[in-house]
Design a protein around this ligand. Structure first.
Ligand code: AMP
Ligand code: ZN
Length: 314
């Protein structure tokens, strides 16, 4: 196969797009794809500060690489989750990436405040991924506010979005379907826009890009994800994609073009109060993160929590 752009021998074959690329044309093509998604979906402009949530995996590192190459002002944010060796390696890869390129990276370690995901999950008996999601959302929002960023970009890719869409459709999660978009506008002045510039680029494409750009990333999946339904959906979608290339991209793109509007977001969903714990917007007296933290404190440190309660003014 020859490169679709320059006719040199192709190194990558993208069946879903009916094209192949040599190394330098693939890098060009990938960066253009991301740039086009940013422009078309009006994710952000060149003069907006982007907080890139970097996990140390291929997607978010590839995203950061593209944004920096394209000249967007970025700040990296890594949350050290405290999931054993996996988290240690993820943090190291992220720090190495930033240091090698002289990029601005902020790291927040959950273990420092007794909120390592593994401890939270065992103390509260919640599924680790649900606790982790709540914690991540809180810290991404808080970091964007604190660092004065206009937008939060995550590395969710096409495979993530297709799997999530399949799950939401299978269970007719109409509220989630209404909120599954590559750009989410903030619903409170303390929140910022959230965007997914890689939502149309497949896992295979981001892995290829990361490899070609010499990005050293964490290959292993999070140990908590093993057996997660999301992975089963990904597997099913891979099988469909194999038989019929383009299935994933069509599923996601056509849902957004033709299906999404059928699932309107409910009015009055915006968080109206300020959380008494952290000051971030919340639906109740405490935001979901602070409720989780309070639950951990009650279970893990009951004596300390009781002392604090009796000392604090009522
Ligand atoms: P995941 O939820 O692991 O599929 O990750 C989705 C996206 O969330 C990644 O591409 C990152 O942009 C972001 N993300 C996940 N974990 C972290 C982390 N520990 N620190 C910063 N960003 C993260
Ligand atoms: Zn709070």
């Amino acid at each position: 196969m020859k490169c679709t752009r320059c006719r040199a021998p192709a190194e990558v074959n993208l069946r879903q797009h009916n094209s192949g690329f040599c190394r330098s044309c693939f890098v060009f093509y990938f960066q253009r794809q991301v740039e086009r998604a940013i422009e078309k979906e009006r994710m952000f402009h060149q003069d907006e500060a982007v907080l890139v949530a970097v996990s140390g995996g291929k997607d978010s590192l590839a995203l950061w690489d593209v944004l920096v190459t394209e000249g967007f002002p970025t700040i990296g944010f890594h949350l050290a989750l405290g999931i054993g060796e996996y988290s240690a390696r993820s943090r190291a890869r992220t720090e190495q990436f930033a240091a090698a390129r002289g990029l601005d990276l902020h790291v927040h370690a959950l273990a420092d405040e007794g909120l390592a995901v593994s401890d939270v999950a065992s103390a509260t008996r919640r599924p680790a991924c649900s606790a982790c999601g709540t914690i991540k959302r809180h810290y991404f929002d808080a970091a964007a506010l604190e660092l004065g960023c206009d937008v939060i970009a995550t590395g969710h890719n096409l495979d993530d979005e297709a799997a999530r869409l399949l799950g939401n459709v299978l269970h007719w999660q109409t509220e989630y379907l209404a909120r599954q978009r590559p750009v989410m506008q903030p619903r409170h002045e303390k929140f910022v826009r959230k965007v997914k510039p890689l939502y149309l680029t497949s896992e295979l494409e981001t892995a290829t890009y990361a490899f070609m750009r010499g990005i050293d990333y964490v290959v292993e999946e999070c140990p908590n994800a093993a057996g997660a339904t999301q992975l089963v959906y990904k597997d099913v979608l891979d099988k469909l994609e194999n038989v019929s290339p383009g299935t994933k991209v069509g599923f996601v793109r056509d849902f957004l073009a033709r299906g999404s509007s059928a699932f309107a977001e409910r009015e009055g969903d915006s968080a109206a109060q300020s959380c008494a714990g952290c000051g971030m917007p919340s639906f109740g007296a405490l935001c979901s993160f602070c409720s989780l933290r309070a639950e951990v404190e009650r279970k893990l440190r009951p004596r300390e929590a009781a002392t604090r309660r009796s000392e604090s003014p009522q």
